[in-house]
Design a protein around this ligand. Sequence first.
Ligand SMILES: CC(C)(COP(=O)(O)OP(=O)(O)OC[C@H]1O[C@@H](n2cnc3c(N)ncnc32)[C@H](O)[C@@H]1OP(=O)(O)O)[C@@H](O)C(=O)NCCC(=O)NCCS
Length: 139
Amino acid sequence: MVSGMFLASFKATYDFPLAHTDEEVRGWIRDDLIPAKETWVAVDGVGAVIGVMALDGDDLAQLYIAPGWTGRGIGSRFVELAKRLRPTGLSLFTFQVNRGARRFYERHGFIVVDENDGARNEERQPDVRYEWCPEARRA
Ligand SMILES: CC(C)(COP(=O)(O)OP(=O)(O)OC[C@H]1O[C@@H](n2cnc3c(N)ncnc32)[C@H](O)[C@@H]1OP(=O)(O)O)[C@@H](O)C(=O)NCCC(=O)NCCS
């Protein structure tokens, strides 16, 4: 259920393909993301997965909300949870083209720390790294 939601969200957001096949993505989610990372899901009233967030150390490694469920505050609740779980700070990557996600992260206090032409990600798309540091630490 996480895999289907992740694939639908990615494909609704980006016009370039994932670097891996759907089957490979399902295997990665089953064998790595769920057992080995700190992964949280949001479900609707009948238990269908409508959002996923994964923390990997201090990285907010994955955050995807199902198409049809965006813009309702679920992503914000995940980010607030991540900040509570990692009170010393967080970092994340997103693709530069994802204007909506960038606006969202910036509203939540993340700042750009570097940009890359895509050589460091599998999709070979320009990306941007963000960090959030709590005020007390930044001062
Ligand atoms: C980006 C995302 C995680 C934000 O979660 P969310 O639950 O939609 O966000 P919230 O409801 O808490 O906040 C809404 C804000 O999110 C941003 N946003 C980004 N993509 C959006 C979308 N497809 N629909 C609505 N809002 C979106 C906007 O900044 C919006 O604020 P606005 O109404 O002023 O434009 C979510 O929209 C999503 O999963 N999008 C598709 C996949 C994606 O881009 N994941 C991030 C990869 S790094």
